[in-house]
Design a protein around this ligand. Structure first.
Ligand SMILES: Cc1cc2nc3c(=O)[nH]c(=O)nc-3n(C[C@H](O)[C@H](O)[C@H](O)COP(=O)(O)OP(=O)(O)OC[C@H]3O[C@@H](n4cnc5c(N)ncnc54)[C@H](O)[C@@H]3O)c2cc1C
Length: 500
């Protein structure tokens, strides 16, 4: 597996402010200005303040914020408004993960004194639930775009000048251009996608549940699918070339996830590269470089996502690309005229909320508001497998590298002491990394539902809070948020429900 290490950086799903708003709106409450399709072809005007290519998380956030600031905006999209996250990423996978949680809860109901019988998964019903969630959010988003008077142009666009995109044979010009063409599921050289070898795109539309699956790649997308399929009753093996699952996380989280997966009966092989796959009508046989082989009905290839930037005129207009990614400065400017880039095409975390943040940033930059640059390490990361993995800031290893061994203090608070986690029967921990006599620079958590705690984690890290600050704030009892408070109390030298 020559470039397994080129996998996309950690992907998680954090505070999705805009979508949360859309979720509340939903189909039933769609605003009165809602139009079924808000597509505009041809463009309404010759020249816009901003022309945005790609209407995924990054592109539509830039459009909505730009319009809010009084800019005229054209948003060009070849496929569906909402992009990967809404249609093939965050939202559908999290719906599947929720069905998986319901299945597990039903199976384990007796532990809570509730008699229920788990009769199985109706995958068609799961898919309609998932598709319903996506459709409602899509409709809400169409309403938002129409309400802000953004011109949504359907068609495949191409950058044809420093101020122009060509779409449907027409030139749409803007004083500013924002490139937001997103990413696609990558494979490995010689590993063709098709039939029983699939990426997340096909896996999300499967109308049957494989009994045996191999997941190639133990990053975020890989472990999330492994988690879903295991809960749906499949035998699952994850193959990861690096030494750990979720290898971009703090090692303590990776190791704890591996223990939890072992307990759930999810098999995995780490530290050995993929060598090849043989396919037959009934399944696949995957071999590793150490000669081991694994058989399954399906192989999911989850080795990262590549930037969608080929043949779009980017290089011709003088943009600098690195392995397909568009290079920008910290203000997301490409160095060419008034062209900016946001989202997955810009090197870094490939996360929807990073796209939202960058889209908003660029719109404000264009409007002259001089926003503060986004700090990449302050972006929260959540992996929604069971148990959940959530983090923000830097790992213990990175902190030791930056501040030296004597310059760092670490505390791990075990969820065994957290009432709500006991009630949920989940295990895990919160790990805080602080600079000695300084702020908390890393929050790392594992446990059922612990992704929900990342909101506080990101405030702690981004506001450079000291453990003493957090310790003085009272956390509601019994909540899982108390585990963050308890970890801070311990780090501030006054542990409460803590044995360490
Ligand atoms: C399975 C999966 C699960 C994920 N889960 C999460 C999660 O839980 N949380 C999270 O934060 N992130 C998650 N992600 C990542 C998230 O989806 C991406 O980070 C996010 O969608 C990136 O936004 P973007 O705007 O850069 O690109 P995209 O969302 O990919 O949007 C780009 C848009 O541009 C359009 N486009 C491309 N080229 C052209 C062209 N030439 N002309 C016109 N239109 C064009 C595309 O059709 C697309 O709609 C997940 C991804 C996957 C695949």
């Amino acid at each position: 597996m020559s470039n397994a290490t080129h996998r996309a950086p950690t992907i998680g799903w954090g505070a999705m402010t805009d979508s949360a708003k859309m979720d509340r709106r939903g189909a039933d409450e769609a605003p009165s200005h809602h139009v079924e399709e808000s597509f505009v072809t041809p463009p309404q005007q010759a020249q816009y303040d901003v022309v945005i290519l790609g209407a995924g998380s990054g592109g539509y956030a830039a459009a909505l914020r730009g319009a809010e600031l009084g800019l005229s905006v054209a948003l060009i999209e070849a496929d569906k408004l909402g992009g990967t996250c809404l249609h093939r990423g965050c939202i559908p996978t999290k719906a599947l993960l929720h069905s998986a949680e319901v299945a597990d809860t039903t199976r384990e109901s007796e532990q809570f004194g509730v008699r229920a019988t788990f009769e199985g998964i109706d995958i068609n019903a799961v898919n309609s639930y998932k598709d319903g969630v996506v459709a409602r959010l899509h409709k809400g988003l169409q309403g938002l775009v129409a309400a802000r008077k953004v011109d949504l142009i359907t068609g495949h666009g191409r950058l044809v000048g420093p101020d122009a995109v060509e779409v449907n044979g027409q030139r749409v010009t803007g004083r500013h251009i924002v490139l937001a063409t997103g990413s696609y599921a990558r494979s490995l050289p010689g590993l063709d996608i098709g039939g029983r070898v699939m990426t997340s795109d096909q896996a999300l539309t499967l109308d049957w549940i494989p009994s045996k699956v191999i997941v190639l790649g133990g990053g975020v997308i890989g472990v999330e699918f492994a988690s879903v399929w295991r809960s749906f009753g499949a035998e699952v093996t994850v193959i990861e070339a690096l030494p750990h699952l979720v290898p971009n996380e703090d090692e303590a989280l990776s190791k704890a996830l591996e223990r939890a997966f072992r307990k759930r009966g999810i098999n995995f092989s780490v530290g050995v590269r993929f060598a090849g796959v043989e396919r037959s009508d009934s399944g696949v046989v995957v071999s590793l470089e150490d000669g081991k082989t694994f058989e399954a009905e399906v192989l999911l290839v989850a080795v990262g996502r590549g930037p969608t930037t080929a043949d779009l005129g980017y290089e011709e207009q003088g943009l600098t690309l690195d392995r397909g990614f568009v290079l920008t400065d910290e203000r997301l400017h490409t160095g060419v005229e008034n062209i900016y880039a946001v989202g997955d095409i810009v090197p870094g975390l490939q996360l929807a909320h990073r796209g939202f943040g960058q889209g908003i940033f660029v719109a404000e930059e264009i409007a002259g508001l001089n926003p503060a640059p986004i700090v990449e390490s302050g972006i929260p990361r959540v992996t929604y497998c069971e148990p959940e993995v959530a983090s923000v800031g830097i790992t213990e290893a990175e902190a030791r590298e930056t501040y030296g061994d004597d310059g760092v203090e670490v505390v791990e608070y075990n969820l065994g002491g957290n009432g709500k986690s006991q009630i949920l029967k989940t295990t895990g921990f919160v790990k805080l990394v602080r600079v000695k006599d300084g702020p908390i620079v890393g929050v790392h958590m594992l446990g059922a539902r612990m992704g929900e705690q990342i909101g506080e984690g990101q405030l702690i890290v981004n506001w450079e809070a000291y453990p003493e600050d957090v310790a003085s704030l009272i956390h509601a009892h019994p909540t899982q948020s108390e585990s963050l408070g308890e970890a801070a109390l311990a780090l501030a030298g006054k542990p409460l429900h803590s044995h360490n």
